[in-house]
Design a protein around this ligand. Sequence first.
Ligand code: ZN
Length: 133
Amino acid sequence: MTSDPQSYSEADWKKVLSSEQYDVLRGCGTEPPFQNAYWNCKEEGTYLCAGCGTALFSSEDKFDSGTGWPSYTKPAADNAIAASDDDSLAMRRTEARCKNCGGHLGHIFSDGPGPTGERYCINSAALKLKKKA
Ligand SMILES: [Zn+2]
């Protein structure tokens, strides 16, 4: 098995991820709202990709969207997230993936607060919080 997440096979991912993480990151699943690790988390730090460790979001951009999932107004870096059209569920949404490993994170909506007007609605299972030291 290679140590580079970009060339992991699906079998490799099954080995390194929990079943919850695998379902979200590789299976594009959605975890239940209000029953996930970070929806109400107010710790300061950086949210890393649970698949490959890339910094995806900062706690500074996290806000309470009332949806029950961790929500952010913008990614930690412009090139951290890959957005693409998702027409599943018979509605057009923008899917957010980790640009480095391709893992599914959640969706981006255009009803967010602040200057960006964007709401990154992300599954906790796709994230790992690195607390501020
Ligand atoms: Zn990743």
